[in-house]
Design a protein around this ligand. Structure first.
Ligand code: SF4
Length: 369
């Protein structure tokens, strides 16, 4: 087997769980970190693919910046190869110069930081442990430590957020020397404290119409400071796209290690069990596997690729993935009439209006009316 692939490692630990978070995470404890690491390295030995090129490594979670330096070094050493991009997710409160320097020395070359907002009252509402000034300081420390490829996560649709407060966060961003930004809207997920308060929170969060305005505002403000949108929710300077995430959008195979991690390999999607204890005990930690029927898999690949600004070159897609059904092509023509996409027959891509209706496009393509 040949070709590039990506590796995602799920670090299932945080200092405390944010009330909106639906990822599988536990309170960090040093003894759990050691057990997780041992099992993770064993899992890697079992699934490591021979004769393939590891293009990107992404340490996500959870809060990978909580890991001990020697444990991170052990992971990087075991993974080996020479990935072009090694990303570590960090929380601002964990960033010290000593840690940043150690991350940089071991080969980590990209940091993705959970900033979320630069307004303290919003950070409190989100249950985050850092203040806005700490996020600003963390970016500065990372730069000093020569970790200058810095992405931040920014959230909108927050309770009590309006165009003015969001504008303030976006204005404060202007001075930060970041290269990338991922924009997320808050979703009230079942099973989380925010999900349980859905009725109450819905009264305070922006309406769909307001949310679209906030998204448009973000695109304008970010583009004005050179952070250009290259995917619905991803912006970068100097074309410093996230190579790892571009792999998800382009269908590059990836392996996921650790509890709850997803993999996509040989057209099959599978997930490890989202339970640390069981992950530690089970010989095979996979608890879910799915191989979509070809038509559904083709539509899914197409929709994911459509998220990219440049859209999907149909000739290439049909040659490398599979031909689109006539029914799908008719829907693309309809979306073009609605002004949601352009170049439907050659290189369909979302218009500014279509960006706001991607979910509707996806729903209609998956279940045609
Ligand atoms: S820090 Fe991130 S992963 Fe951890 S609980 Fe908060 S949102 Fe979830």
């Amino acid at each position: 087997m040949s070709g590039d692939y990506s590796l995602y490692i799920h670090v299932p630990f945080c200092n405390k769980k944010c009330p909106y978070c639906h990822f599988y995470v536990l309170k960090h404890r040093c003894e759990l970190e050691e057990l997780w690491l041992k099992r993770l390295l064993k899992e890697w030995q079992k699934v490591r693919p021979p004769n393939k090129n590891l293009l990107t490594l992404y340490l996500g979670g959870g809060t990978p910046s909580l890991l001990k330096i020697e444990n991170l070094e052990a992971i990087l050493e075991a993974v080996g190869g020479s990935p072009q991009e090694i990303t570590l997710e960090a929380n601002p409160e964990d960033v010290t110069y000593e840690k940043a320097k150690a991350w940089q020395k071991m080969g980590i070359n990209r940091i993705s930081m959970g900033v979320q907002s630069l307004i303290d009252s919003e950070l409190i509402q989100l249950g985050r442990s850092h203040e806005s000034s700490k996020a600003v300081e963390a970016v500065e420390i990372l730069n000093r430590a020569n970790l200058s490829n810095i992405s931040i996560d920014l959230m909108y649709d927050l309770p009590n957020q309006n165009a003015n407060s969001f504008k303030k966060s976006l204005d404060l961003l202007q001075t930060l020397p970041i290269t990338h930004l991922s924009l997320y809207n808050l979703t009230l997920e079942p099973g989380t404290p925010f999900g349980r308060q859905e009725k109450e929170l819905k009264k305070k969060t922006p309406t769909d119409e307001e949310s679209r305005e906030l998204y448009k505002l973000a695109c304008q403000k970010l583009e004005a400071i050179g952070l250009l949108r290259y995917e619905i929710s991803a912006f970068c300077k100097d074309n410093l796209r996230s190579l790892h995430n571009v792999g998800y959008w382009e269908g590059r195979p990836f392996l996921g290690l650790g509890p709850s991690a997803f993999s996509y390999w040989e057209e099959e999607r599978y997930q490890n069990i989202p339970n640390l204890q069981k992950y530690l005990e089970l010989e095979d930690p996979i608890h879910f596997r799915e191989k979509l029927p070809q038509e559904a898999a083709t539509i899914e690949r197409f929709l994911i690729a459509l998220r990219l600004k440049e859209g999907v070159l149909l000739n290439d897609f049909e040659k490398n993935v599979a031909p689109l059904l006539n029914e799908t092509k008719e829907l693309l023509a309809l979306f073009e009439q609605r002004g949601w996409i352009e170049a439907a027959t050659t290189c369909p891509h979302l218009t500014d209006e279509g960006l706001l209706f991607y979910d509707e496009i996806a729903a209609e393509m998956v279940c045609p009316p």
